[in-house]
Design a protein around this ligand. Sequence first.
Ligand SMILES: NC(=O)c1ccc[n+]([C@@H]2O[C@H](COP(=O)([O-])OP(=O)(O)OC[C@H]3O[C@@H](n4cnc5c(N)ncnc54)[C@H](OP(=O)(O)O)[C@@H]3O)[C@@H](O)[C@H]2O)c1
Length: 390
Amino acid sequence: MNRLSLGIAVLGSTGSIGTQALDVISRMPKRFRVVGLAAGSNAELLGKQIKEFRPIVASLASPTAARQLRAEQVPGTTILDGLNGLREIVERDDVDLVLNAIVGAAGIVPTLAAIKAGKDVALANKETLVAAGSVVMATVKKHQVRLLPVDSEHSAIFQCLQSVNGAYLHKVILTASGGPFRQSTREELEKATVENALAHPTWNMGGKVTIDSATLMNKGLEVIEAHWLFDVPADRIEVVVHPQSIIHSLVELTDGSVLAQLGAADMRLPIQYALTYPERLPSPVPTLNLSSLGSLEFEAPDTERFPCLRLAYAALAAGGTFPTAMNAANEVAVEAFLRGSIGFMDIPRLVGKVLERHTGVKEPDIQDILEVDASVRAQVIDWCKVNPCR
Ligand SMILES: NC(=O)c1ccc[n+]([C@@H]2O[C@H](COP(=O)([O-])OP(=O)(O)OC[C@H]3O[C@@H](n4cnc5c(N)ncnc54)[C@H](OP(=O)(O)O)[C@@H]3O)[C@@H](O)[C@H]2O)c1
């Protein structure tokens, strides 16, 4: 085995980011060795990935799905399951870099385990930083590892900051496509269907993040993510709607100069930059043809029609476990919407209701965070059963 290559574990390998990451990795066979793969319950796709990438370990969250995969007996790959399976993968000595592309707060524990084991983490799983930002950043500092952003907006900011002394950063400007309902009225939003909400105009992503983009909660989560990654207070994080998704985000410096990162709307670019940082290597992403782009538009977000963005700023201002509670409420509400149990605008209603009632822990440890996450989930699952917002 080539010990000069980087041992990589891809968590969430069967998802939108995970499959694109494996595409990037497959183009650089000398650079990366896939040591571990993990997913939730998709045994069929994970089985195919195991045959192609021959990892030493693979894991599924679902023990039943893991049993199904074990029955296939792929020589050379040990099949694990559950949270312990994820821990075992990220703690291995031959893993150098962990790409976390799990969706939701399920990503918190493996992220922390990877950092504690001294691994660099390429983080797509924004919910980890939203729900547990203070604990994660303190752990990164303690273990002196790199936390590399994969989210396109945060990658853009990270890229802009490469040439800048961080002390000169005045403001972070996150761009948002505005999602499929950018021009919808409040009445239309009340009647929005799952099918319409999943029809994102510029990005092709997993279900949860696509719904988050439609409610603008995704941008709210990203405001909190940016706060932790770049140590910027909420009043210096601005959101601007930019429907073309060509400018992936910007930074404003002390002297008023603004730097931006532009590129095609293709996640393989920020994924590759996180995996090969600080190097810039050729990629399969199409280059921009500025003359054919026409105009780039910008507008302020409307937090009356999209209250989730306002709620996220409020949760960040409240601090402590408020963002944890908000994230848990949103995850359950999005699942309920996707199942057809609640309406589109019930998502912000449920999140708002949770934030109104949450008492919060001011300086939470990981136990507090996991407890708030679990109790809010249980509460919102109950509320969704009776659909109290209607
Ligand atoms: N998609 C994008 O373009 C994009 C852009 C920026 C940031 N992100 C962020 O990246 C993360 C992943 O997004 P996505 O769109 O790739 O989601 P996705 O397509 O839904 O994929 C989620 C992945 O997580 C796995 N998973 C779910 N629960 C798990 C658990 N408990 N343990 C282990 N694996 C689990 C899923 O496995 P199964 O397939 O078996 O269910 C799947 O591999 C999210 O935090 C999202 O906000 C995504």
